[in-house]
Design a protein around this ligand. Structure first.
Ligand SMILES: Cc1ncc(COP(=O)(O)O)c(C=O)c1O
Length: 399
């Protein structure tokens, strides 16, 4: 089928969701994808922050193929070797105090379960999140999302959600009280425009939570699984060494096979009983094979060190480029901030067959490439940006 036919059929038979790029992806390899028309694009957006190991990494594909030949699925009502190995591996790379995993299917579901566990463990209902944070589109997660119009879409909102200002501990202290079950945050606010906080902020949050008996949740759906230059943002120098009580994960965790997870400490796990949590597909064998192989591939190919190298390389390469005001973020979660709206640059890059992302900040272009992307590949973007002065500016943005 050619692109026009594919586009027509999808638009006819699918409910409209995202604003789509005018291409149809047929196959991928590493940081590259090929379209139905045989054109090749450099993917610096990683399929929406999902394809951490690169497109169709051979180790991940082989693991999925082999598992598919054995058994596609059985639920959590039985034990499974691949689930045992995936859970053990995931916990082994987590900060020491996070000792158990709960598997589900997506980022929003991981966050819903994280908030539920905090409410169950504390007997409190209130959740504090942050202006600019994004946590998903199901009822509780969208109610926790104080970014743009998302809470409006999710009306009626789940009660008990309040927002504080990211990076401002006084604003947190003013709303996080004896009724609060959890404080949840994206440690780098990706969609907001790759907004960061100081390590001291995370340390202050940790002590505030400890003082007031509140659980701390890091939504690492984007920052986790090596993306920010360590397995997790939690416990890193950027977090001031702070480890939360719960980390929620999805996106990169399965290299594209839908899977989410919560990593929890003993205090959270001790409060859970049979039937408190559950989901039919969570922990299914195909997803577990993908998780295990994803973690192995990241480790075997040294992708976390590569993510750190890419950040440094991009910072060095863009230093002194006229229209670039700053490079934000860590590892392979990066925001290039321009001196004006960057939608024209985003479009120009796409015209030159380089896929990047926008953000809700009109001046910030987002990069979420595979952790295996090379400096040579990133140089293709840098070359275009060196000529960016000459692009017409446009105010149009996409959140
Ligand atoms: C930080 C963060 N949390 C949660 C979610 C929701 O994940 P999902 O779309 O898998 O439900 C997203 C999705 O973009 C996200 O970026």
């Amino acid at each position: 089928m050619n692109f026009n036919e594919i586009q027509h059929i999808e638009d006819t038979f699918q409910v409209e969701t995202y604003k789509k790029m005018p291409i149809s992806i047929e196959r991928g390899e590493g940081a590259w994808v090929w379209t139905s028309e045989g054109e090749k694009y450099l993917d610096l957006y990683g399929g929406h922050a999902v394809c951490a190991t690169g497109h169709s990494h051979p180790h991940v594909v082989k693991a999925i193929e082999e598992q598919a030949r054995k058994v596609l699925f059985y639920s959590n009502l039985v034990y499974s070797e691949v689930r045992a190995r995936a859970a053990e591996k995931l916990v082994s790379i987590a900060p020491d105090v996070l000792t158990k995993a709960f598997f589900c299917n997506s980022g929003t579901e991981a966050n819903e379960n994280a908030m539920r566990m905090a409410r169950m463990a504390t007997g409190r209902e209130k959740i504090v999140t942050f202006t600019g944070g994004f946590h998903g589109r199901t009822a509780d997660s969208i109610s926790a999302t104080f970014l743009g119009k998302y809470r409006e879409i999710g009306k009626p909102n789940v009660p008990g959600h309040v927002a504080a200002e990211f990076g401002n501990i006084e604003s947190v202290a003013a709303v996080a009280d004896g009724e609060t079950a959890a404080i949840m945050l994206e440690p780098i606010q990706s969609m907001a425009g790759v907004t960061e906080a100081e390590p001291a902020f995370f340390q202050q949050l940790r002590s505030l939570c400890d003082d007031r008996g509140i659980f701390l949740i890091f939504d690492e759906v984007q920052t986790g699984i090596g993306r920010t230059g360590s397995w997790f943002f939690a416990g890193s120098d950027h977090a001031g060494g702070v480890v939360p009580d719960i980390i929620s994960l999805a996106k990169s965790l399965g290299s594209g096979v839908p899977v989410g997870a919560c990593l929890v400490n003993d205090k959270v796990a001790a409060n859970r009983k049979v039937n408190d949590l559950g989901t039919t597909f969570g922990g299914g064998m195909i997803a577990m094979a993908a998780v295990l192989a994803t973690l192995e591939a990241i480790e075997q190919d040294g992708m976390i060190a590569n993510a750190r190298m890419i950040e440094q390389h991009l910072r060095n390469s863009l230093n002194g480029v006229g229209t670039v005001v700053s490079v934000k973020g860590k590892g392979c979660l990066l925001g290039i901030e321009f001196d004006g709206p960057c939608s024209a640059i985003h479009s120009e890059l796409f015209a030159r067959k380089i896929i990047t992302g926008t953000s809700s900040s009109p001046n910030v272009l987002r990069l979420l490439p595979p952790l295996s992307v090379s400096a040579k590949e990133v140089n293709m973007l840098v070359e275009v940006l060196r000529n960016a002065e000459s692009f017409p500016q446009s105010a149009e943005t996409r959140a």
